[in-house]
Write a protein that binds this ligand. Sequence first.
Ligand SMILES: Cc1cc2nc3c(=O)[nH]c(=O)nc-3n(C[C@H](O)[C@H](O)[C@H](O)COP(=O)(O)OP(=O)(O)OC[C@H]3O[C@@H](n4cnc5c(N)ncnc54)[C@H](O)[C@@H]3O)c2cc1C
Length: 463
Amino acid sequence: MESVWMKGSGIRKREPLPGDMEVPVVVIGAGLAGILTAYYLKQEGIRAVVLEADRIGSGQTKNTTAKITSQHNLIYSRLIRTFDCRMAEHYASANEAAIGEYERLVREKGIDCDFVRCPACLYSQTETEILKREAEAAESLGIKASFETDCELPFPVAGVTKFARQARFHPLKFLAGIADEVEVYERTKALKVEGGRVETDRGSVTAGQVVFTAHYPFINVPGYYFARMHQERSYVVALEGAERPEGMYLGIDQGGLSLRGYGGLLLLGGGSHRTGVNPVDKTGMGCGYGMLKNRAQEMYPGCSEVYRWSAQDCMTLDGLPYIGRFSTRRPYWYVATGFGKWGMTSAMVSARILTALITGRDCPEADIFSPDRAFTMQAAKGLAVHGAYTVKGLSKHLLPSGKGSVILNCPHMGCRLEWNPAEESYDCPCHGSRFDREGRLIDGPAQTDCKRREGNENERAEE
Ligand SMILES: Cc1cc2nc3c(=O)[nH]c(=O)nc-3n(C[C@H](O)[C@H](O)[C@H](O)COP(=O)(O)OP(=O)(O)OC[C@H]3O[C@@H](n4cnc5c(N)ncnc54)[C@H](O)[C@@H]3O)c2cc1C
């Protein structure tokens, strides 16, 4: 199912890697994070080539809702509590600066990508105190934030936390404008990385520095990102005949929705769940697309759905991205991942931080994003939950493929796959890899199709 962004993005096709080469920096993955990183390195006079397994923007970037905001759910009161004001300030200022940087690039390059400044709001139908606290916390860190009780949503709210001067845009049109200045090789998949040598299916690239922006780092050791992240899937519908708010909204209550306008359409999102764990309907409104359809008709009777799509993002143990050195054991490897569904500003923050690290420039804001940052109580809880899913998922299991042969476990780390009826895919609850009905790879960290062997549906192993 195609997202609203995929029609006519204007992204130019590129050739695959022509053969072996040697460059100062190689970037793996041409989503927003990879393209922006290579772009800023080029501004510093450093040649960086980007290797892309498929097409530019063909990963999660094509399926986002593209709110460019420093409002990342209820983050600031928590950051002040768990880290300190200085670290929280760094998170706030890096993300606010990212919005400004998007605006500067769009203006200076004349990129026609429907960039609009607008407020971003968190809403609740029951809570006011948490929203007030979040507005105060954000304001204390330099963000223009306020608590309000009035808003433009078609249902009553107890209050909203409003951040002024945030933004929205068309992510692929923006990417097309920036990628035009970047050296990218498409249909070139990184298969193995050893030291500074990246082996692909088209040849190898040897580089002084290697940047992993493949969404989920597919190298397990060192770094151990598989133990520090899971993936979460959410659903989006684009509606015609529904009122479009000027601002962008996200509900903080259970079952809260995401809303933003695009052209004549309203983009309505929600139904989040851990990838590979099918959600249970607790509200009687259904799950995934069904829930969104019911909620849409309730709020905007007679509206119609013109697009639907879903996507997933990497969620870290403490809810902050991992941006910086990949591992102390590989000081010339860098990573940007774990954006927690806030990848628009996080991709820009990644590009700025990684460029500073690679060029040896001082970057005080890098501390809060570092993969080596302090391990908090929240991270410890996250690790326990993630560990439990992984142990369960690792129990051997065979799945019917529907064609008289069976798909074996996930090729990434051998976890048990679950059937996702909403997307008709086999999904891994441990790390979020996804495969079609025939076991062909859809989403990583797995990098290969599932192995299959002859068998039948009755052969499903005991759990
Ligand atoms: C439903 C949903 C809504 C969202 N809405 C928002 C929003 O409103 N605002 C916001 O800020 N964020 C949002 N996000 C998050 C945001 O979309 C992502 O964080 C962001 O797009 C990730 O970009 P990326 O460049 O890291 O990854 P990707 O766009 O996935 O790029 C990674 C690229 O690497 C390539 N790749 C993978 N493996 C290899 C390999 N071995 N060799 C070469 N290439 C490889 C892939 O093909 C892909 O093109 C949302 C996420 C979801 C799930």
